[in-house]
Design a protein around this ligand. Structure first.
Ligand SMILES: [Zn+2]
Length: 270
């Protein structure tokens, strides 16, 4: 090959490479802070200014970052995301989507957060097919699904069912709750069930990250539908006494990979 041809090939390759970098630059990922890491080190790793990371995460101090904290890395190439470090989901922009409508769909209070996280300079110019990062839940824990002081009326474990008298595993905890008490998503996730379910009456189930799911039984009202993305603390329905039940209460389950776990392990109970 002639010298000139080689130069052309190199130029073309450089242009292709640069445009790949440019198109993927409008995407953010999450980085989980590990022991011994500093903000400047993380900034160096992703080749992003330290100030941008501090700003995107509302960090008050750049000297103290908590181990385990999930930092948003603004404007980072999605390819680095292959390790599954991201805690959230992606939305592909469709016709007529706006940052406002996307924020509403995912229950994000302020659409400007999406702008900031995704490093979008002009929110009026979203491209169809563009991917928008929707941040997940910053907290790792499950929250009180009733947001009132919890009173346990039946624990997790084997028992004689109060109505059927059958001896079997009670796969959740029952909390006292007057009919009409608001029921909140214990953790951010996607609704996988929202209908009557035999003895559990009107039930909502939510799929969370890391193969966890929660279920809420005996509801009087359901406010969500299958496929809805719900945030931790969002009202999903009202408690009640539907299904096989001896009185108004909330039946609450936490499952991991489909197997029930004692919610007492995940919640602060009295
Ligand atoms: Zn129960």
């Amino acid at each position: 090959m002639k010298k000139k041809n080689i130069q052309i090939v190199i130029t073309v390759l450089l242009v292709v490479f640069a445009s790949t970098l440019w198109t993927s630059s409008a995407i953010a990922i999450h980085h989980k802070v590990k022991s011994g890491e500093t903000l400047s080190g993380i900034a160096k790793k992703y080749d992003v200014p330290m100030e941008s990371i501090a700003k995107a995460n509302n960090l008050k101090s750049v000297d103290h970052i908590q181990i385990g904290k999930k930092l948003i890395i603004p404007g980072e190439a999605k390819t680095l995301n292959a390790g599954g470090a991201a805690d959230g989901t992606w939305h592909v922009v469709k016709d007529k989507d706006t940052l406002y409508s996307i924020a509403r769909k995912y229950n994000i209070k302020d659409w400007k957060d999406l702008q900031k996280i995704n490093n979008i300079s002009n929110p009026k110019h979203l491209k169809i097919g563009q991917e928008i990062f929707i941040p997940g839940d910053e907290s790792v824990g499950f929250e009180n699904p009733l947001r009132i002081s919890l009173v346990v009326t039946s624990h997790y474990g084997y028992r004689n069912h109060p109505v059927t008298r059958h001896y079997r595993l009670h796969e959740g905890i029952d909390f006292r709750a007057r009919t009409g008490t608001r029921v909140y998503a214990s953790k951010t996730g996607t609704v996988t069930y929202a209908a009557r379910k035999g003895g559990y009456g009107k039930t909502v189930s939510i799929q969370h990250e890391d193969d966890f799911s929660t279920s809420y039984g005996h509801l009087s009202r359901i406010y969500v539908s299958v496929g809805d993305f719900v945030r931790q603390g969002q009202v999903i329905g009202l408690s009640g006494n539907t299904g096989i039940s001896t009185g108004p209460h909330l039946h609450f389950e936490i499952r991991h990979k489909g197997k029930s776990e004692n919610p007492a392990r995940h919640l602060d109970l009295p």
